[in-house]
Design a protein around this ligand. Structure first.
Ligand code: SAM
Ligand code: DTB
Ligand code: SF4
Length: 334
């Protein structure tokens, strides 16, 4: 008789199961998530990542949340691709701040071929040479580009699903959900780890959140990294006036992600400035184990370095000091 192995990651979560997890009494949900979290991760360690916008603004896409789309007047100036030296200098500074992962973002629909791509490859080599994990988010990739990034030593590629397949068309019309899935498949095939998550607060309902989480958990293997972004409402974008999300919903999303994808890094990404220390603490308790450090995300503000230092000190949480979390200790007491 074949029995289901409860210790094996699952890729076939039914929407009904996800709904049941997500809508459980919050304290039960957090307790369950904490048990799974402790079986796979060190409970008092958080990974610090730093973002750098290596190519700002002027993006042809129409992502309704994004201040870097050329279609909206948000005051973000279109910039040139940074040079390798300034990028590596920023990565060194990130390392000095305690980050172990450095993420380079470009406001591109897809990656240009030629000298600009060569420069990105050089940036990746430079960041890796500092002993940091290197992540890029550059838009859609061809197979050749994914392979070249892998050869340069890229650790991870970030390409989000953002929301459910059904709600997606209300947020982005210039490229499809399938386009995204294809880029993610190319990243996986090239041997780069996948960083893929979404945004909460776009106007999606709970079932849309469940569908996003289901889509993420269907990847086999799961994305090694799952960023959960809370919408940063930027004046000039179509979503500027969206009502704020109840932080308890964010906690539910994080706890559900932790339960569906036990070994993945769940990253409390954009939106921390709109959360209290207590709400962030609940997010960590629910299974978030990474944040962006530094006063700026790509174009929007993030908590001050000192504020984060104080928060971690109050919690007795320490920043991860090595690049990758070692595999699954069964019980972690650290
Ligand atoms: N252009 C590339 C792309 O779209 O894949 C890379 C950069 S893009 C800024 C990366 C991700 O940032 C988006 O997929 C989205 O999830 C997130 N993001 C962008 N603007 C945001 C906002 N205002 N609030 C929260 N997350 C945001
Ligand atoms: C992700 O999921 N969140 C980060 C990273 N991937 C690139 C980006 C957040 C951007 C927030 C809006 C801004 O600062 O422009
Ligand atoms: Fe362009 Fe990425 Fe912003 Fe969409 S999210 S407008 S693709 S920079």
């Amino acid at each position: 008789m074949v029995t289901a192995d409860a210790t094996q990651p699952r890729h076939d979560w039914a929407i009904g199961e996800i709904e049941e997890i997500y809508t459980a009494p919050l304290l039960d949900l957090i307790f369950r998530a904490q048990l799974v979290h402790r079986a796979h991760h060190r409970p008092n360690v958080v990974q610090g990542c730093v973002l750098l916008n290596v190519k700002a603004g002027g993006c042809p896409e129409d992502c309704a949340y994004c201040p870097q789309s050329a279609r909206y007047s948000t005051g973000v100036a279109r910039g040139e691709l940074l040079n390798v030296d300034e990028t590596v200098a920023a990565a060194r500074q990130a390392r000095d701040q305690g980050a172990t992962r450095f993420c380079m973002g470009a406001a591109w629909r897809d990656v240009p071929h030629g000298p600009q791509f060569e420069r990105v490859l050089e940036m990746v080599r430079g960041v890796r040479a500092l002993g940091l994990e290197a992540c890029c988010t550059l838009g859609m990739l061809t197979e050749d580009q994914a392979n070249a990034l892998a050869d340069a030593g890229l650790t991870a590629y970030n390409h989000n699903l953002d929301t459910s397949p059904e709600f997606y068309g209300r947020i982005i019309t210039t490229r499809t959900y399938d386009d995204r899935l294809q880029t993610i498949a190319r990243v996986r095939k090239a041997g780069i780890t996948v960083c893929c998550g979404g945004i909460i607060g776009l106007g999606e309902d709970r079932p849309a959140r469940w569908r996003l989480l289901q889509q993420l958990s269907m990847f086999d293997p799961h994305p090694e990294s799952v960023p959960v972004n809370l919408l940063v409402r930027v004046a000039g974008t179509p979503l500027a006036e969206r009502p704020p999300v109840d932080p308890m919903e964010l906690v539910r999303v994080i706890a559900t992600a932790r339960l569906l994808m036990p070994a993945s890094m769940v990253r409390l990404s954009a939106g921390r400035l709109s959360l209290s220390d207590e709400a962030q603490t609940l997010c960590f308790l629910a299974g978030a184990n990474s944040v962006f450090l530094g006063e700026k995300l790509l174009t929007t503000p993030n908590p001050e370095v000192d504020a984060d230092r104080r928060l971690f000190e109050r919690l007795g949480v320490r920043l991860q000091t090595e690049g990758t979390v070692p595999p699954a200790p069964t019980y972690a007491h650290e």
